[in-house]
Design a binder for this molecule. Structure first.
Ligand code: PRP
Length: 250
C-alpha cells in the first residue's frame, strides 16, 4: 500500500521537491502537537515518538538518555505504554505498529528496524541510521543441505514474505513462501519448509537448532523515521531532536 518510504538528508530543508505527489488519502489524524496526552506545557510542540519494544528498546533508551532525556520511568516500566520526558511523549509499540503510527501521522518520529521498514514500507521519511539493532536478513536451513540442489518445488518459511518474495524474484528463483509468525526456525525442523528467510543477529538460534546460514540477504539496523507532515509542522523541534540523536550516536 502507498508509496515506498523516502530516504533523505535530515539536514536539508523539507521542501515540496522531495514529496512526490501522493494518491488521494483521507486526511491524516495528525495529533495536536501542543499538549501531549498529559496536557503539560504549551511552550514548544511535543514530539510524539514511537519506540519499538523488545530487541532495540534498550539501545533506543540509551540513545535518548545520551540526548539528555530522563528515561528512568521507561527503564523501570511495568505495563505502562506512554511516557513523557522533556518535550518528548514516548509511545512503546510493536515494530509494525510503529510504522503504522508514523505513516498515519499520530506519531511524529519512530525508532524501528529496517527489517520492518523493508517488509511494510509506508509514507514517511527515513532520516537516520541509528547504528544499533545491527543484524542481517539471511536464507538459512538445516546444516549441510544445499537449498538450490534438486528440481523439486521449494518452500521457504518467513515472518518477512515481502522481503523473501523480492529476494527470490530478483534471483529468478521460483519458490513458495509460507508466512510464519514466530520461531520460524521450527519450519525446516518440522519439515514444513526447505529453508527460512529470517533475521540473524548472533546466530545462536540457528546454531542451537541445527541450522545454518546459506546466504546473507540484506543488512539490518534500527532507523529513525519521521512523518511527512510532522517534518513541516514541527520542523525546528524535529530538526533539533535529530541533531541531538546524531550527536549522541557519534
Ligand atoms: C529473531 C529471529 C530469530 C532470532 C535470531 O527473533 O526471528 O529467531 O531473533 O537472533 P540470533 O541470531 O541472535 O539468535 P526475535 O528474538 O526477535 O523474536 P520473535 O521470534 O518474537 O520475532
Amino acid at each position: 500500500r502507498g508509496a515506498p518510504h523516502r530516504v533523505r538528508n535530515p539536514m536539508s530543508k523539507p521542501c515540496a521537491a522531495v514529496c512526490r505527489p501522493q494518491p488521494f488519502r483521507q486526511p491524516q489524524r495528525q495529533h495536536r502537537g501542543g499538549q501531549g496526552v498529559f496536557g503539560e506545557g504549551r511552550a514548544a510542540p511535543v514530539i510524539r515518538i514511537a519506540l519499538t519494544k523488545g530487541r532495540i528498546e534498550k539501545s533506543a533508551l540509551e540513545i535518548l538518555k545520551a540526548c539528555g532525556y530522563d528515561v528512568g520511568e521507561l527503564e523501570a516500566k511495568g505495563r505502562k505504554l506512554i511516557f513523557r520526558t522533556g518535550n518528548l511523549e514516548i509511545v512503546l509499540a510493536k515494530a509494525a505498529d510503529v510504522i503504522t503510527y508514523i505513516d498515519r501521522g499520530v506519531c511524529d518520529v519512530g525508532f524501528v528496524g529496517s527489517d520492518t521498514i523493508n517488509e511494510h514500507g509506508g509514507n514517511f521519511y527515513e532520516m537516520l541510521d541509528l547504528g544499533f539493532g545491527v543484524c542481517r536478513f539471511a536464507l538459512a536451513g538445516l546444516r549441510g543441505q544445499d537449498f538450490y540442489s534438486g528440481y523439486q518445488h521449494k518452500v521457504v518459511a518467513t515472518k518477512y514474505p515481502v522481503v523473501a518474495r523480492k529476494y527470490f524474484s530478483e534471483k529468478g528463483v521460483d519458490c513458495e513462501i509460507v508466512r510464519i509468525d514466530g520461531s520460524v526456525e521450527l519450519a525446516p525442523l518440522l519439515g514444513l519448509a526447505d529453508a527460512i528467510v529470517d533475521i540473524v543477529e548472533t546466530g545462536a538460534t540457528l546454531r542451537e537448532n541445527g541450522l545454518e546460514v546459506y546466504e546473507d540477504i540484506l543488512p539490518v539496523s534500527a532507523r529513525c523515521i519521521v512523518n511527512a507532515v510532522s517534518i513541516k509542522l514541527k520542523n525546528a523541534e524535529i530538526g533539533e531532536f535529530l541533531r541531538r540523536v546524531e550527536e549522541a550516536k557519534a
